[in-house]
Structure formats: structure tokens, C-alpha cells
Design a binder for this molecule. Structure first.
Ligand code: ADP
Ligand code: MG
Length: 232
């Protein structure tokens, strides 16, 4: 009976997600078809083309994020240097940060232990979080990354921005799908972060103050391999 229950739970969840994505994609599709009709009447309305492009980008974002969410939860753990991983992500954002007047500073405690992570998945976490910070600072600003050794073989990573911040009501529902304040947002980025950090047996916490900024704190075990061995 436990298996049956799990299966029906899984189906219920799948149904919810399917309804969510169908709804989220239908909105921009409706808008695209409306503007295409207007373009047929007046072919010189360039702003309609921009809207159609923006709506297509939104659909593309939703589908991309959903693919990330549906990837198997299993993690390919390898020993990684946290500083190298973060620097790779920052390099990816180089052009965007320059164009948007954003400065990223990094501070690493000396002698940080290498830790066992799925590099691609953790890069995705950092990318999502840094993007959120950048999007919260439309006029530019500073993002501060600090990495420390924590207690009990943990590594602590904080990402702090000077952005618009998150109102209290929204903080309590953070990580729920499709809650976004952005025109082309999906409201899936943080959910992906939570999922990946959880599969690494870590924790992710968001502190924020409106008009002051947001701090995301991640705590990760240096190695979950020992823990796994104990569990076998
Ligand atoms: P998306 O970025 O597509 O909207 P996310 O799951 O990444 O989806 O974020 C959900 C919402 O949380 C954002 O729309 C935004 O309102 C809020 N948020 C997340 N990170 C930050 C941040 N660093 N500063 C301000 N608001 C944020
Ligand atoms: Mg995001």
C-alpha cells in the first residue's frame, strides 16, 4: 500500500506541475497569437515584434527551467575547489556584469577544504543566485561573495547584494513555483537551487530587507560520502 500511496502522490504532484506549466506557457502563447494578428493588420508596428520576442523568451525560460527541474536527482560527486567553481560562474557573467555596472567581490577564507559536489549542479545554483542578485540591481551595485569554514565540516557560502530586496510576505513563500516579480521570470530558479542544495545535504537560507538588499546563505557539508557510507 505504501508503494501505491507514493505513486498516487507522485501522480498528484505531476498533475499540479503539468497544470502549472500549461498555464504558464499558455499565457505568453495567447499574447503572441494576439500580437501576430495585430501585425497582420499593421506590419509596421515594430513594438509588437519586440513583445512577441519577449514572450518567446519567457516560454524558452520556462521550458529550460523545467528541464533542469526534471533532471534526475542523483548527484555525480567529485572533489572540487570551491574558489575555482565560483570563479568559473563569475567568468560566465563577465559581460553582463560589465554592461550593467555590477561589481562582484570575492572573499575566501584561507585553507578551505575541497569538497565533494556535483560541479555542474552547483554552478547552476551559483548562476541562478547571482542572476537574481543582478536582476535586483537594475542600476548596478555590488555583489559580495564570502566563503568560510563552518563548524562540523561545513563550508559556508554567502552571496549578498544591494538590490531591491524581498518583502516579508514574499519571503515566506519563496521557492514556490511560478512566483515571480519579473516580466520574463519563471519563479523556478530558487526552486532549482533548493532542490540541488538539498540533494547535497546542505541548507539554503534567504534574508532580505526591502530597499537594502538580499543575502543568501548556503551551508554545505565538505563531504557527504562518509555519511553515505554510514547509511549503507
Ligand atoms: P525568477 O528569477 O525567474 O523570478 P526565482 O525563483 O529565481 O525566479 O526568484 C523568485 C522571485 O524571488 C523573484 O522574482 C524575485 O521577486 C525574488 N528574488 C529572488 N532573489 C532575489 C534577490 N536577490 N533580490 C530580490 N528579489 C529576489
Ligand atoms: Mg531567478
Amino acid at each position: 500500500t505504501r508503494i501505491l500511496l507514493q505513486r498516487s502522490e507522485a501522480l498528484a504532484l505531476l498533475g499540479q506541475m503539468a497544470a502549472g506549466i500549461a498555464h504558464e506557457i499558455r499565457n505568453p502563447l495567447t499574447s503572441i497569437s494576439g500580437f501576430i494578428q495585430l501585425l497582420q493588420v499593421n506590419q509596421h508596428e515594430n513594438q509588437y515584434i519586440a513583445i512577441v520576442e519577449s514572450e518567446l523568451e519567457r516560454i524558452n525560460n520556462i521550458v529550460g527551467d523545467f528541464l533542469d527541474l526534471s533532471k534526475p536527482k542523483e548527484v555525480a560527486l567529485k572533489e572540487q575547489n570551491i574558489e575555482h567553481v565560483l570563479k568559473e560562474v563569475i567568468a560566465l557573467l563577465n559581460l553582463k556584469t560589465k554592461n550593467h555596472n555590477i561589481q562582484i567581490t570575492e572573499q575566501y577564507e584561507s585553507n578551505l577544504p575541497d569538497f565533494y559536489i556535483d560541479k555542474n549542479q552547483m554552478k547552476q545554483v551559483f548562476l541562478n543566485l547571482l542572476k537574481n542578485s543582478m536582476e535586483a540591481m537594475p542600476n548596478g551595485g555590488q555583489i559580495k561573495i564570502v566563503v568560510n569554514k563552518g563548524h562540523h565540516e561545513q563550508v559556508l557560502i554567502t552571496i549578498k547584494d544591494e538590490g531591491v530586496g524581498i518583502p516579508k510576505e514574499q519571503l515566506s513563500i519563496l521557492g514556490q513555483p511560478f512566483i515571480t516579480t519579473k516580466e520574463n521570470g519563471t519563479g523556478l530558479g530558487l526552486l532549482i537551487c533548493y532542490k540541488i542544495i538539498e540533494s547535497h545535504k546542505g541548507t539554503l537560507k534567504v534574508d532580505s530587507k526591502v530597499n537594502e538588499g538580499t543575502t543568501v546563505s548556503i551551508s554545505m557539508p565538505v563531504s557527504i560520502i562518509n555519511e553515505r557510507k554510514l547509511n549503507v
